[in-house]
Design a protein around this ligand. Structure first.
Ligand code: NA7
Length: 529
């Protein structure tokens, strides 16, 4: 069995940087395992048509650590496509010679902690074992596909694809009647693309969504040049402004008349992207009345866009704006003006069963040749529970997380020494620019590892009391907002039986300050052995 200093699971944004940092910057021996056949993580799997970044995008959805990398990579659009992100990660892997230490097509089937040796021992589906003092789980926040188990779904005889497991070869929609279930980011991104080619698209919608115009466009040379010149300042801004590179404008709503506020919403709508969410008025995500106002503004835009009033009515979101993942769309609502697109509202006409060639809802039978499941993921906790590491005394993570996803700082877990998650439950994860978030988390893990090694210790482990305080802290932050009032994957509400717990830290910059303080305070909340 080969022994390493560090084993990394996952070769997406988080895992690739961890490998580079621990190997090239700390000089440790590192082995990475990934079940996919190449680098990319989420960007390896989510190849559905129209897949794009849904966060502050080019050039900010990228690594920040290397000015050379920033200077040589040319982003082409403001909202980066999946193919571009994947090409970028392949470039990164080549530039830093990462692939030689990554074992692809290999699933880690078991990870167990040996308390006496202070080591993790992993087994793979190739029948190999390896050990390491530290286990880094960069297993992905959106990895385990959520596949609905409707009665009779297996009867459907046509091709069926989940957006999060899209095939590598091009899927042809020409001449096909396509059913799409799900209208989150993935559904809203792929529906307009599929509709351009298919004979007919039937969209099965459970919850209507707020989507903001992405206003994707080619990125200019000037924009790229400016960001390259100011990269270190922009990075600092992202670190201290919740992952967003620009100063957010937080106006006080009370100082504006309703008419003036509407003018602000219009301006931000025209700017597109997430400007409406982050640059309108302070308290949109906490004050019901203000949120209602923005919600109604977006609904009015949907009404303006969708010509058929009955379809427009079905598309009206009725939860608090922004409390489900905000979506950036490219012509989604316009798509319903096409003759070949129809919408089924599952709340009034639920799916009852499937036949070999149709979806049967309570009121009708919808003939389809192909089914697209855009039904999302067992988000944030799912990939760790699938790995199900065994900690001290054989405690499994599934046992530990039966009721709460308890951990400390979104990265360490009591009972699981020397194991660190990147973007675990309670970390800023999807609420921060993820590539930078991964770098900053790795910096913290790096401090922990260096400390253990320097002091010739065996292990570092989160304390149970620190976990409980941490859970309360995350919930307190979330409870000051409207997020917990909506059934979303942020709350674990999309997966039947999943414990309800807010899964992210809403104040990313404060969170990374906190990591630094924990290091300064001699690893407060951890036990060092
Ligand atoms: P999401 O955002 O979880 O969206 C999944 C969609 O599928 C959403 O509309 C769900 O409705 C719907 N869904 C899920 N299960 C069912 C069943 N059983 N029946 C009908 N409809 C269902 O996943 P995405 O892949 O779109 O996006 C995930 C993230 O990836 C995204 O936020 C970006 O950050 C990238 P619901 O709203 O739960 O009623």
């Amino acid at each position: 069995m080969t022994h390493y200093d560090v084993i990394v699971i996952g070769a997406g944004f988080g895992g690739l940087y961890a490998l580079h940092h621990f190997r090239d910057e700390l000089g440790l021996s590192v082995r990475t395992f990934d079940g996919a056949s190449g680098v990319g993580g989420t960007w390896w799997y989510n190849r559905y048509p129209g897949a794009r970044v849904d966060a502050p995008s080019s050039p900010f959805y990228a690594y920040t650590f290397s000015q050379e990398l920033v200077d040589e990579w040319l982003w082409t659009e403001t909202q980066t496509s999946q193919a571009s992100v994947l090409a970028y990660l392949q470039h990164v892997a080549k530039k830093f010679d990462l692939e030689k230490d990554i074992q692809f097509d290999t699933w880690v089937t078991d990870a167990s902690y040996d308390d006496a040796l202070h080591q993790w021992i992993i087994e793979t589906d190739k029948g190999e074992s390896a050990s390491a003092q530290f286990l880094i789980c960069a297993t992905g926040a959106l990895f385990v596909a959520n596949t609905p188990d409707y009665p009779g779904i297996n009867e459907f005889a046509g091709a069926c694809y989940h957006t999060g497991r899209w095939p590598h070869e091009k899927v042809a929609f020409k001449g096909k009647r396509v059913g799409v279930i799900g209208t989150g980011s993935s559904g809203i991104q792929c529906i307009p693309e599929i509709a351009k080619e298919a004979d007919h698209v039937t969209v099965f919608q459970r919850t209507p969504q707020y989507a903001l115009p992405a206003r994707n466009r080619p990125i200019t040379k000037e924009e790229i040049g400016e960001s390259r010149e100011n990269w270190s300042d922009l990075r600092k801004s992202m670190r201290h402004r919740g992952g967003w590179p620009f100063k957010t404008i937080r106006r006080r709503a009370a100082e504006y008349t309703l008419e003036e506020r509407h003018a602000v919403y219009e301006e931000l709508w025209e700017q597109g992207g997430i400007h409406l969410a982050i640059n309108s008025f302070a308290g949109v995500m906490a004050k019901k009345e203000l949120n209602d106002e923005v919600s109604e503004f977006v609904r009015s835009k949907i009404r303006e866009t969708v010509k058929d009033p009955e379809t427009a009515q079905k598309l009206m979101p009725d939860y608090y704006f922004g409390t489900k993942r905000l979506i950036l769309d490219n012509g989604y609502f316009e798509t319903y003006n096409r003759d070949n697109v129809s919408l089924v509202d599952l709340r009034e006409d639920p799916i009852e069963t499937f036949t070999s060639s149709s979806v049967c809802t309570k009121s009708s039978e919808h003939q389809i040749d192909m089914l697209v499941l855009a039904t999302g993921f067992d988000a944030v906790s799912g990939s760790m529970l699938q790995l199900n590491p065994k900690g001290r005394n054989g405690l499994t993570l599934q046992e530990k997380w039966d009721v709460h996803f308890d951990n400390y700082l979104g990265t360490a877990i009591s009972g699981f020494p020397n194991l660190f998650m990147i973007h675990g439950p309670g970390a800023p994860g999807v609420f921060f620019t993820m590539p930078l978030g991964g770098e900053l988390t790795t910096a913290f893990i790096s401090d922990c590892i260096q400390h253990v090694r320097k002091e010739k210790l065996g292990s570092i482990e989160a304390n149970e009391e620190a976990e409980v305080d941490w859970r309360n802290e995350i919930n307190d932050i979330a409870n000051h907002t409207l997020y917990p009032q909506t059934n979303s994957w942020y709350m674990g509400a999309n997966i039947p039986g999943k414990p309800k717990q807010f899964l992210g830290h809403l104040r990313g910059s404060q969170y990374f300050d906190r990591l630094e303080e924990v290091v300064e305070n001699n690893y407060q909340g951890f036990t060092l052995r």
